[in-house]
Design a protein around this ligand. Structure first.
Ligand code: OAD
Length: 239
């Protein structure tokens, strides 16, 4: 376990130029969006197999959409926090996120790989066409203009990630001088496997030990909103 000043000293020493930021639900926790695991986590109160699998959607699309409409409402009201804003101050990072909340983009980050989709996009279950869908739907489950059901454009358990996303993320992480890993439990693959590809300095920010803490050079035990801004400041000093 490390203190934030240990990580800052390493950044000052190495002066990393290329940076990749890899985030999970914990980066949005201080925006009021529940994480999946741990105390208060969504998977403590809901069963993923009832809500986040193709079989669940085939069985009961209304139930699945009601749960997503509830989450879409929470996320619509949420604001990016100090961690999202600090990440957006970095001049040219690639942000690789497991989150579907779109908060990195709202904070101003421009180059983002969304490994697990976006909750404000829906996809036709028949034609695979996607639509932007920020506002609540009039009808649940919503339908495409072709008459088929729409589904959230989110990667459910058992599904493959968007084409090219892992390749782009993996290549950038392998080439980066610094990997920041913020707010992920590191248990969902293939995303969690990305951390092992890092060749440069790696720093985790998470108030709890995660499955990938020991794979990082520094595991800063602090919240994203507390530790990310001073770490970004240290990166910017070297520019
Ligand atoms: P998890 O809920 O598994 O883990 C969240 C992590 O954030 C935990 O390790 C917490 O300790 C940490 N955390 C909590 N509060 C924090 C804070 N304020 N600052 C920093 N860290 C904090 O979330 P993910 O690892 O993102 O899949 O989960 C991976 C995937 O599992 C998600 O993308 C989701 C889920 O099923 C889909 O939606 C497809």
């Amino acid at each position: 376990m490390s203190e934030v000043h240990d990580a800052i000293a390493a950044i000052r020493n190495r002066r990393p130029q290329s940076v990749v930021v890899f985030t999970g639900a914990g980066v949005s926790a201080e925006s009021g969006i529940p994480t999946f695991r741990g105390s208060g986590g969504l998977w403590r109160n809901f069963r993923a197999e009832d809500l986040a699998t193709p079989a669940a959607f085939a069985r009961d699309p209304k139930l699945v959409w009601e749960w997503y409409e509830w989450r879409r409402g929470l996320i619509r009201e949420a604001q990016p926090n100090a961690a999202h804003r600090a990440i957006a101050r970095l001049p040219d990072p690639l942000v690789v996120t497991q989150n579907v909340d779109g908060l990195h983009e709202r904070a101003g980050s421009r180059d983002i790989v969304e490994l697990h989709g976006n909750i404000f996009r829906a996809r036709c279950a028949r034609e695979r066409k996607t639509i932007q869908a920020r506002e609540p739907f009039d009808e649940i489950p919503p339908r495409c203009t072709c008459g088929a059901l729409l589904r959230p454009d989110i990667v459910w358990f058992g599904e493959t990630l968007p084409a090219g996303a892992m390749e782009r993320a993996g290549a950038a992480i392998a080439a980066a001088d610094l990997l920041l890993v913020i707010g992920t439990s590191g248990v969902v693959y293939p995303a969690a496997g990305l951390v092992a590809l890092a060749r440069g300095l790696s720093i985790e920010i998470n108030p709890e030990a995660s499955s990938i803490s020991t794979a990082c050079h520094f595991a800063v035990t602090a919240t994203a909103a507390d530790a990310t801004p001073p770490i970004v400041d240290a990166i910017m000093e070297g520019r």
